[in-house]
Design a protein around this ligand. Structure first.
Ligand SMILES: Cc1cc2nc3c(=O)[nH]c(=O)nc-3n(C[C@H](O)[C@H](O)[C@H](O)COP(=O)(O)O)c2cc1C
Length: 309
């Protein structure tokens, strides 16, 4: 009998949302695949629900890829794995600090070096810029990204603009003021099993060695065109702001509070004025932007694709 394939799963989730999705995805793999699951543990832990200052204070270092370190893992990097699944979330258009810290660590690099990697992200709705960063970090660690699955909150963006912060600051995800519950819903999470079923079949055929995507035709991602340019603009502004705030003090220092509050004010004004304005401008300029946006949609749909077969 062939030796069971060895799968390493690395994850970080505060509320457990991503763990529910992972559990559904991994269920079809439970038989016949040896699964090692490492949970990232930042030191000290990030709070959840978030106090307001801690939430803002996580901004500069998330964007600057200067994360809080994780506690040592159980695995050392000397083990042999056939495939790595990275399950991550987005903080401020960047990979959440614990996943960045893992990818930058010596153990992380040893674990990824030369290995195929499947990325699984679950966030509100903006994962494109963070995915660009993640790909660079995986590349730098010597890993080979073969698949990418993105799950986002399917409620209207205006509703999640209220329900996501409420969830982050209070821990409550339930219906509120007639708005849908926050986050990815149970049925959508359970549906992630389709990726596990496909992965199980692919691993049985040694497809992970081919370097080609295994999860095509399953609607692994959905790229929302109008978010591409908004994210790019946001990312540029975040780089400037994170640099300015960093100059005012280090993570956790109260003396950077005024700069953080100024940034919050900027964010609110941006969301209430610039974002709608940029949507109108994008609509007016649509004929000029069409081919560039289509090219970027294709870029972000790689490697697993948006098509349902
Ligand atoms: C500090 C912070 C910043 C976030 N920034 C973003 C973001 O830029 N884009 C996005 O789609 N979601 C963002 N989210 C939502 C997360 O990606 C994720 O959906 C949420 O934290 C739940 O993940 P969990 O599995 O860790 O509980 C942010 C969350 C936090 C805590």
């Amino acid at each position: 009998m062939a030796k069971p394939k060895r799968l390493l799963v690395v994850s970080y989730s505060q509320s457990g949302q991503l763990i529910d999705i992972l559990a559904a995805l991994l269920r079809p793999l439970a038989e016949g695949v040896s699964i090692r699951h490492e949970t990232l543990r930042p030191q000290p832990a990030f709070p959840f629900p978030w106090p307001f200052f801690s939430f803002l204070d996580a901004f500069p270092e998330s964007v600057r890829l200067d994360p809080r370190p994780n506690q040592p893992l159980q695995v050392t990097g000397e083990e042999d794995f056939d495939l790595v699944i990275l399950a991550w979330t987005v903080w401020y258009l960047s990979p959440a600090q614990p996943i960045t810290a893992f990818l930058q660590s010596e153990t992380g690099k040893r674990l990824l070096d030369g290995r195929p990697v499947v990325s699984l992200v679950a966030c509100r709705n903006m994962w494109l810029s963070a995915f660009d960063t993640l790909k660079t970090l995986i590349d730098d660690a010597g890993g080979r990204l073969v698949d990418h699955v993105a799950l986002t909150d399917e409620a209207p963006a205006l509703a999640t603009f209220i329900t996501t912060p409420r969830w982050m600051f209070t821990g409550r995800r339930d219906r509120f003021l007639g708005l849908p519950p926050a986050g990815i819903q149970a049925a959508q999470a359970a549906d992630a099993a389709r990726f596990g079923t496909r992965l199980a079949a692919a691993l049985a055929n040694d497809e992970e060695k081919s370097g080609r995507a295994m999860l095509t035709g399953l609607g692994a991602v959905k790229v929302v065109p109008h978010l591409i340019l908004s994210e790019r603009a946001g990312r540029r502004a975040f780089r400037v702001w994170s640099g300015l705030i960093h100059r005012c003090g280090r993570a956790g220092q109260k003396r950077r509070l005024p700069a953080l509050l100024l940034f919050t004010l900027y964010l609110v004004i941006l969301i209430l004025t610039v974002v709608p304005l940029s949507l109108v401008l994008q609509r007016i300029a649509a004929p000029l932007l069409r081919s560039r946006v289509a090219q970027l949609v294709r870029h972000y749909e790689q490697p697993s694709g948006a098509a349902h077969e």
